[in-house]
Design a protein around this ligand. Structure first.
Ligand code: G6Q
Length: 513
């Protein structure tokens, strides 16, 4: 079974018919991973399609590549690195070898240091505000998880996240901060990212201005793999928490990059978060393919991308706390699988990663759901919800979940209206419903791990390297060239430096800045 064969598979009947002839599919097409109940019955599949997809996974070596990742092999071939984020959540005493060395003790050493530091901050009444300065993988994970786990945060400690080089970002946070009660966490794997260093310098100048140079040691810590640059920046490396080159930025929320989150929710809850990841890792590692939740969901995505030609996918959490989850998944998925060359550098001849987007329900229902229900594009959606809320307003919660369930039904079955075409709902709009008892640190870890492994399986099937991101380099490089051209003297302006349009944009900005 090959990817190209998907286009020849007979698409199954309309979901109305599939359910009418086979109501058992509502039980058969439910997967469980950790505490997650994943209903994938309202998808355009039948047993024939599903069997073919599982065969595709086998033929494309999904099991072998999964096992290679868990064996610490250098599956990130373009960068010649192991992919070890699953080691970050292994219980102490287990083993994960990279180049012969067991990395689990190192992981737990850092976790213990982070825990001791987080406890100290939580016990220190002077600190009420933690500002994480980072971008991309060093921002989206902790920012998303902090919001998701609001119910678990220390009542005295709030966190802010500064990422954008746009000064409006840090200006907004500093305007609302008090130097004496603020702790800055500068989070950067490389400690060479211009946005993060620019924001960190501005924050340091602001602090020094108020409290003097000596305050930096008390109010700045770093999270990085690069001790030299941390020291160069002026942060003592005793105040640095490390991680390793085998942790990709977008896979790093469970490393020291999660420090701000750990301070907010406490070391014990952070361990529960890691344990949630690990539960789904174990499911992914051991469950047979036809019951393996990340594998099944990955295969549905491949079916839609390559078999039916659906280019986008929406993630719609029915939980306000997960408002940043779609943005987090955008990076996880699109930076991992938005590729057009295979591992060996040859060009793919099939589509790869989908365009991922989404917003929390019910807000989206009053906005873009129109297109999802009646537009010409078919958008497979993930609906995520929880049985119990963290607030006391039960009536709100019942209404919220009623909407989630109703949307799943409406999308799949539609409603015929031959007399009034604009009121006709075709249905047959695929959706997955992911439910859990409550959004806890463990359940959040489970959800993230589920999507990480979906991305891994899809990358394997598409033959791309999910663990590099060369696509973000060109823009960075050109920005470095353009910066002095905007701000330098006349000498900085070479008429042959760029194409005519780019030169005109630079000229306009120089004249108006
Ligand atoms: C993630 C990417 C990217 C990265 C940022 C920040 O997978 O590599 O989003 O996380 O560019 O990099 P630093 O952590 O090195 O500052």
């Amino acid at each position: 079974m090959d990817l190209a064969d998907l286009a020849d598979l007979a698409p199954p009947a309309h979901l109305r018919e599939l359910f009418a002839t086979d109501p058992q599919r509502a039980e058969r097409y439910v997967a469980h991973a950790g505490d997650l109940r994943i209903d994938f019955s309202k998808h355009r599949i039948d047993d024939g399609v599903l069997d073919a997809l599982v065969e595709l996974a086998r033929d494309r070596g999904v099991e072998a590549r999964r096992d290679a990742m868990f064996a610490g092999e250098r599956i990130n071939v373009a960068e010649d690195r192991a992919v070890g984020h699953v080691a970050l959540r292994m219980p102490s005493g287990s083993e994960f070898r990279i180049d012969g060395d067991d990395v689990v003790p190192d992981v737990h050493d850092v976790l213990d240091r982070m825990g001791a530091f987080a406890d100290r901050v939580r016990a220190d009444d002077r600190i009420t505000h933690v500002v994480n300065i980072g971008i991309g993988g060093s921002d989206l994970g902790p920012a998303m998880a902090y919001e998701a786990l609001q119910a678990f945060r220390h009542p005295r400690i709030r966190c802010s996240f500064v990422s954008n080089v746009d000064g409006a970002d840090i200006a907004g946070v500093l305007a609302d901060a008090d130097p004496a009660s603020t702790l800055f966490v500068v989070a950067s794997k490389t400690f060479g990212t211009i946005e993060t260093l620019t924001n960190a310098r501005t924050a340091r100048a602001w602090l020094v201005d108020a409290l003097g140079d000596a305050a930096v040691a008390e109010h700045f810590v770093a999270v990085s793999t690069n001790a030299e640059r941390v020291a160069e920046f002026g942060i003592d490396t005793v105040n640095m928490f490390g991680f390793w080159d085998w942790v990709g930025g977008r896979y790093s929320v469970d490393s020291a990059i999660g420090l701000a989150l750990m301070i907010a929710i406490g070391p014990a809850a952070f361990r529960e978060f890691l344990d949630g990841f690990h539960q789904v890792d174990e499911h992914f590692r051991t469950a047979p393919l036809p019951e393996n939740a990340p594998v099944l969901l990955a295969l549905l995505g491949v079916w839609y991308t390559n078999g039916l030609g659906f280019a986008t996918k929406a993630v719609l959490p029915y939980a306000q706390e997960l408002a940043r989850f779609p943005a987090y998944l955008q990076q996880l998925d699109m930076e991992s699988n938005g590729k057009s060359v295979r591992l060996d550098g040859s060009r793919v001849d099939h589509d790869t990663g989908p365009i991922v987007w989404g917003e929390p329900g019910t807000n989206g229902q009053h906005a873009f759901y129109q297109l999802i229900h009646q537009g010409t594009h078919v958008v497979p959606v993930d609906l995520i919800g929880f049985a119990k809320a963290h607030h006391p307003y039960q009536q709100h919660h019942d209404l919220l979940i009623a909407n989630l369930i109703a949307q799943s039904e409406a999308l799949a079955f539609g409603r015929r209206n031959e007399d009034e075409p604009h009121r006709n709902f075709d249905g047959d709009r695929p959706n997955t419903v992911i439910l859990a008892e409550q959004l806890t640190p463990s359940v959040l870890g489970q959800l993230i791990a589920l999507y990480e492994h979906i991305v891994h399986v899809q990358g394997t099937i598409w033959g791309v390297n999910s663990y590099d991101q060369w696509g973000v380099e060109l823009g960075k490089e050109l920005a470095n060239q353009v910066t002095p051209e905007l701000t330098g003297g006349v000498d900085a302006l070479r008429p042959d430096a760029h194409d005519a349009s780019t030169n005109a944009l630079i000229g306009w900005y120089r004249a108006h800045r």
